[in-house]
Design a protein around this ligand. Structure first.
Ligand SMILES: *[C@@H]1O[C@H](CO)[C@@H](O)[C@H](O)[C@H]1NC(C)=O
Ligand SMILES: *[C@@H]1O[C@H](CO)[C@@H](O)[C@H](O)[C@H]1NC(C)=O
Ligand SMILES: *[C@@H]1O[C@H](CO)[C@@H](O)[C@H](O)[C@H]1NC(C)=O
Ligand SMILES: *[C@@H]1O[C@H](CO)[C@@H](O)[C@H](O)[C@H]1NC(C)=O
Length: 196
């Protein structure tokens, strides 16, 4: 009985190494990644309607979700609005809004690396915590193990971007709002040293 999982593992390993470099062709992607994407109800969208970095403010979307934009000259922007429950106190909902932008790179092995420009920030609202509402810097590099753009057969056939996190698990699918990236200016927009 023990030998079968072992053989399955061998096959998994050899098929992974046989894949080699990912070819970004029509079979991989129905459209380029360039453009404006949003999850779920599509209310969370990058650009000036979401964040004002110079003022460190946000315009809260109607519902939670995540928005991404990718430009053809290598910039990305992320808008994220989330609720999570406090693990030790499940009734205490923690709301987080995040804005970040920077440079993305499509690696030959199929992964995407998003390197922030340093001016990202988030607002955390945690009614049960000692400090219940605060703004802080947000400057995390993100890696998606792979990605794929398919036709959204259940939603009218438009392009659907599927990102897979570091462990291969898919994150919420993103739908194309526009082939133009809806982005704030592609430069550092906030003096981080000025943040307390
Ligand atoms: C933000 O993160 C990037 C990538 O790790 C780093 O190069 C940069 O120095 C960081 N910027 C700030 C202000 O921390
Ligand atoms: C989570 O709940 C505990 C217990 O009420 C509280 O001490 C802590 O500050 C809360 N954390 C957040 C982030 O709300
Ligand atoms: C692709 O290469 C990057 C950088 O070496 C690595 O972090 C990532 O895990 C690799 N992705 C895959 C799917 O092997
Ligand atoms: C950062 O601060 C300097 C000095 O106060 C100012 O000249 C510059 O315009 C600021 N940059 C941004 C992006 O706000």
């Amino acid at each position: 009985m023990l030998i079968f999982p072992f053989i399955a593992l061998l096959f998994a390993a050899s098929s992974a190494s046989a894949q080699g470099n990912v070819e970004y062709n029509a079979a991989h992607n129905v459209t380029p990644i360039t453009g404006t994407w949003s999850s779920g109800s599509k209310h969370v969208v990058t650009g000036p309607g979401f964040a004002n970095p110079a003022q460190e403010t946000f315009t809260y979307p109607k519902t939670t979700g995540v928005g991404y934009s990718f430009s053809d000259d290598g910039w990305y922007e992320i808008a994220r609005y989330r609720f999570a429950s406090n693990a030790s106190e499940p009734n205490c909902i923690i709301g987080t809004v995040v804005w970040v932008h920077g440079h993305y790179e499509l690696l030959g092995n199929g992964s995407i690396i998003l390197t922030p420009a340093g001016d990202g920030y988030q607002q955390v609202q945690a009614p049960c915590a000692a400090t219940s509402n605060f703004i802080q810097n947000y400057n995390y590099t993100e890696m998606f193990q792979h990605w794929q753009i398919v036709s959204d057969v259940n939603g009218g056939g438009g392009p659907k971007l599927q990102l897979f996190q570091f462990d291969g698990a898919p994150v919420a699918p993103l739908y194309l709002l526009s082939t133009e990236p809806n982005m704030l200016p592609k430069q550092v927009l906030r003096n981080v040293s000025a943040t307390s």
